[in-house]
Design a protein around this ligand. Structure first.
Ligand code: DC
Length: 281
């Protein structure tokens, strides 16, 4: 299978690494703290690579929403943690991606909008520390990601969900810049809040996400660390594309064939590549 990549600034050619027996898909794992720009960058990158964009935080937010609806509050006591794990297992949480738009459903109810509040973000962070919640969601994430390849973002993608991802990126930015971006984001969604308030909530979430016992946020082994402070979105995406190209640096273009060896997906294979799609405008 070949991923045609639209040319924008510089030629970029990439195809999936496949062995005759296996067809491991291209997986780009993006982790990092809240507000680092993961969602926007992951969406743009997925668009360039023409593979689905998957936001795993949305699934934890969905469980957070269930917890709020069940009347639970942060911090969760022992009995509440058991209750939250049961909620994650009992309800059918699905994540879909279509043209960069992520839709999350709980038992067929579309909760994509409802999960985007600051309250839900904080509760998502609390429920994500519960091992029973993680063990319910991680297998679903693996299954969805492996179906067509993906750019998947979260906190443990490169460390737990896809430790052998084709490319692993840890995306970060200064806390001031992260808070400003998130505040703007919320404002655009009609949620009124100050940068200071966002910064304080972000700090609380980062602390919870990095200090929990199960799958804490950290720079996974083999990750490329990208600090997006002061960089434009395009610059970050271009950086990732060149990292991806470097990861598959055994790519040769000879006699109309691409030879790709992915660092993580094994055997060298030769495949005839499809022409690169030119962007129409
Ligand atoms: O990316 P986000 O802000 O929507 O994520 C909400 C919370 O979910 C975040 O504070 C931590 C948790 N999360 C996680 O623990 N693991 C992931 N892979 C994704 C999110």
């Amino acid at each position: 299978m070949t991923i045609p990549v639209r040319q924008r600034r510089k030629p970029f050619r990439m195809s999936l690494c496949q062995t005759p027996e296996s067809t491991e898909p291209l997986v780009v794992a993006i982790d990092g703290p809240a507000g680092a720009g993961k969602s926007t960058v992951a969406r743009l990158l997925a668009d360039r690579l023409e593979i689905p964009y998957l936001d795993t935080g949305a699934m934890y937010r969905a469980v957070g929403l269930l917890a709020i609806r069940a009347g639970l509050s942060d911090p969760l006591g022992e009995a509440e943690q058991i209750q939250v794990a049961a909620l994650a297992g009992e309800h059918i949480i699905e994540l879909m991606s279509h043209k960069g738009v992520v839709q999350v459903t709980v038992d067929d109810e579309d909760v994509s909008e409802a999960i985007r509040t600051p309250e839900c973000a904080l509760m998502a962070s609390a429920v994500s520390a519960v091992s029973g919640v993680r063990s319910a969601l991680v297998p679903i994430q693996r299954r969805i990601g492996l179906a067509h390849g993906c750019v998947m973002e979260g906190r443990d993608i490169g460390s737990v969900v896809f430790p052998d991802a084709t490319l692993k990126v840890y995306l970060t930015a200064s806390s001031d810049e992260r808070a400003m971006r998130r505040q703007l984001d919320l404002q655009n969604k009609g949620i009124d809040t100050s940068v200071d308030e966002v910064k304080q909530q972000q700090h609380q979430r980062d602390l919870q996400d990095t200090s929990r016992a199960d799958s804490p946020l950290h720079v996974a082994r083999g990750s490329v660390v990208v600090d997006s402070t002061g960089l434009s979105l395009d610059e970050v995406v271009e950086r990732m594309l060149s990292e991806l190209q470097a990861t598959s640096k055994d790519c040769l273009d000879t006699n109309g064939e691409n030879t790709i060896r992915s660092r993580n997906y094994g055997e060298l294979v030769r495949r005839r590549s499809a022409p690169i799609e030119e962007e129409s405008s």
